[in-house]
Ligand binder design. Structure first.
Ligand code: SF4
Length: 291
């Protein structure tokens, strides 16, 4: 794969738009200029990611996947944010490290992977780098990310083509994301030192209302493919985004739905896991954007 955009057609994600991002945007809504919504020390990731000081998180604008209920809707749809240069991105990495960040946490990095690699060539902090993704990734792009990533933090959002099509329009989500997760698990062995993940993979899954069968299929798939990776079961779904036409998404999940998936996780024999309590399902936990 061409490793510079430089007027080349963008084929970084499975949307394969083939556009020249110097002159127009593709399905991710992004040009070739890096755009971010916020950077800060994030206290609410998994404990081995946030640690004592917080995870040095950078939220990138735009998104190749765009789920209708996105909890970061304004960011993924480019309604907020600030354009920065690659040099400024490198400076942000340095600033986060100086603030005491436990790691650099790149949220939704796929469509800026080339600029991120360039920023790390300018300044690479001496802390782990976390690649925090929706999971809709091409292996060729992950091979580029592998050059700077220590910890992969992918979502596995939907198992059935029905759910993926309904919420993203991308029926092939699971077939693409499951291969991406297998690649990540093969690429990074788990290493945890003093409670902090220095290397490894944590696969996240957010339970959606009326979708527990899909969640259980994800849990069972993970149990068969987990290697030494961790699973993170998330119960914090909060109605948000463009969901007027999605009646089932207009409530939080119930205790019964949560328990059903949690029980499946235990029954599947998954021992390395994190769970997020239902009490964290609140807009309070959605960040406020800076730009
Ligand atoms: S990164 Fe953006 S422009 Fe490139 S293929 Fe994906 S959606 Fe299209």
């Amino acid at each position: 794969m061409e490793t510079k955009l430089n007027g080349n057609p963008c084929l970084l994600c499975p949307n394969n738009c083939g556009v020249d991002r110097a002159v127009r945007t593709g399905a991710c809504g992004s040009t070739d200029r890096v755009k971010i919504a916020k950077f800060y020390l994030h206290p609410f990731e998994e404990p081995c990611i946030s640690g004592k000081n917080g995870s040095g998180t950078v939220f990138f604008c735009g998104c190749p996947l765009r789920c209708v209920f996105c909890q970061n809707y304004e960011v993924s749809n480019n309604l907020t944010g600030k354009q920065i240069s690659v040099k400024e991105l490198a400076d942000i990495f340095r600033t986060l490290e100086q603030m005491g960040a436990e790691n650099i946490n790149l949220v939704n990095p796929t469509h800026f992977v080339l600029q991120i690699a360039e920023a790390f060539s300018i300044y690479k902090p001496n802390i782990p780098v976390v690649y925090n993704t929706h999971g809709y990734e091409k292996i060729s792009t992950l091979e580029l990310a592998n050059g700077f990533t220590d910890v992969y933090l992918p979502d596995l959002k939907y198992f059935s083509p029905r759910a993926a099509k309904r919420y993203t329009g991308k029926e092939d989500y699971f077939s693409v994301a499951s291969e991406a997760v297998k690649f990540m698990i093969k690429s990074r062995k788990t290493q945890i030192i003093d409670g902090m993940m220095k290397s490894g993979v944590i696969v996240r899954h957010l339970i959606l209302p009326l979708n527990t069968d899909d969640s259980i299929d994800i849990v069972n798939w993970f149990a068969q493919n987990k290697g030494d990776a961790f699973f993170s079961l998330m119960g914090q779904y909060t109605p948000f985004g463009k969901i007027d036409d999605f009646k089932e998404l207009q409530r939080k999940i119930t205790r019964r739905e949560y328990n059903k998936v949690y029980t499946a996780l235990l029954d599947a024999g998954i021992e390395n896991y994190f769970v997020q309590e239902l009490s964290s399902a609140s807009e309070e936990f959605i960040p406020h954007w800076d730009f």
